[in-house]
Design a protein around this ligand. Structure first.
Ligand code: HEC
Ligand code: HEC
Length: 322
């Protein structure tokens, strides 16, 4: 099976930057390390945070010196991304906090003077806390930072020393969040406004999407999925005729245990189910199977509702014969 460049590229970059994810936000488990629960991570973080901050404050970075009093943007640290074991927790100053915690994907404009500090750490074994760098962003005027959408990026080592940071490198990822003022936001499950989906609850009906726009969205999917008469299984299965198809049923593709279980339970991909799956595949399987340990192999989710509706409208036009 061909492992796609997209996956390797994003994972390698994420490790290099300590900033996991890709556009839309990777949405796997919040527990980077299966040996330790989210509650245990929160507790470890509470007891280690003072020392973590003291480390960053040994140097002269102004954000490191200032951010102790800022408000957090998540219910606790999370480790987004399937291959990253780095936990992160983001704080924003009063200038930008209320705007940030809307987590808007409708072209928000963060006010000039917004400053953001993202702590990072890893957990070894069953609970050894290892500090990671502090990542910062500051919103200045567009003239001051014309190539990076008005953002200045920086990175501070655990001992307070500045780390060499290329604006271009940081922005290469952040610019993909083009409808979010270049912000990645924490994974959904730790956002302050997150409400866990209830199994079997009725969901708002799916709006009809725009297939032409959905074709553009599909370019993102195409790094893992093929469609059309010559389509082959790749990192993901062929998606011809997916609307109305039995889940986990494309011949010759090796599905995850979770998707196989969903097929056995009778899952059919209608528009509603696709809409839910695309938001967060692993969360979808957990809810559908009523099993918190279920997970999907599709390592990306799409928060934006229009994006999902449009790509579903496009997929409805793709039978494989045309
Ligand atoms: C591989 C892609 C990638 C690269 C490269 C990257 N980031 Fe990020 N960054 C993200 C993602 C995804 C998030 C949101 C996930 C999270 O913070 O939990 C994020 C979040 C942040 C945040 C919190 C604000 C926000 O966007 O929600 C800061 C601050 C940040 N990054 C700084 C940096 C700096 C400084 C660099 C360069 C040293 C950098 N990033 C490079 C992907 C990247
Ligand atoms: C980074 C690779 C990747 C990207 C990008 C990706 N997928 Fe997937 N997708 C997968 C993998 C891997 C699976 C198999 C999941 C499993 O077995 O748990 C999958 C499964 C699916 C399924 C279930 C198929 C079936 O036969 O039951 C659908 C539907 C789907 N993806 C749609 C999409 C759409 C639409 C997009 C773009 C909006 C997309 N995917 C983007 C990797 C990806």
């Amino acid at each position: 099976m061909k492992i796609n460049k997209f996956v390797l590229g994003a994972a390698a970059l994420a490790i290099a930057a300590g900033c996991a994810g890709a556009a839309g936000g990777l949405t796997d488990s919040l527990r980077a390390d299966a040996d330790i629960s989210a509650a245990a991570v929160n507790e470890l973080y509470e007891t280690s945070r003072t020392a973590l901050m003291a480390g960053y404050q040994q140097g002269d970075n102004p954000i490191a010196a200032e951010y102790a009093s800022w408000e957090g943007t998540a219910t606790g640290p999370a480790a987004p991304g399937v291959h990253s074991k780095r936990y992160m927790m983001t704080y924003v100053n009063t200038v930008g906090h209320s705007e940030y915690i809307k987590y808007s994907s409708q072209n928000p404009t963060m006010p000039i003077g917004t400053k953001i500090a993202k702590e990072s750490f890893t957990v070894k074994g069953e609970g050894e806390f290892r500090p990671g760098p502090l990542f910062t962003m500051e919103k200045v005027s567009a003239d001051e930072a014309p190539d990076t959408n008005g953002w200045l990026y920086a990175r501070v080592n655990t001992n307070g020393r500045p780390m060499r940071t290329s604006q271009k490198f940081c922005h290469s990822c952040h610019e993909a969040f083009s409808t979010q003022d270049s912000l990645g936001y924490p994974v959904r499950q730790v956002r302050l406004d997150y409400v866990a989906p209830v199994a079997g609850a009725p969901v708002a009906s799916v709006a009809v999407g725009d297939a032409a726009k959905g074709k553009e969205v599909f370019e993102t999917c195409a790094s893992c999925h093929q469609v059309g008469p010559d389509a082959q299984n790749a990192f993901g299965p062929v998606l011809n005729g997916i609307v109305g198809r039995d889940a986990g049923s494309y011949a010759g593709y090796s599905y995850s245990a979770g998707l196989k279980a969903a097929r056995e339970k009778g899952l059919v991909w209608d528009e509603q189910r696709l809409f839910e799956w695309l938001e967060d595949p692993s969360q979808f399987l957990k809810t559908y199977l009523e099993d918190d340990s279920a997970s999907a192999n599709m390592p990306i989710g799409f928060a934006d509702e229009d994006t999902r509706n449009n790509v579903i409208a496009y997929l409805a036009t793709v039978s494989g014969e045309n």
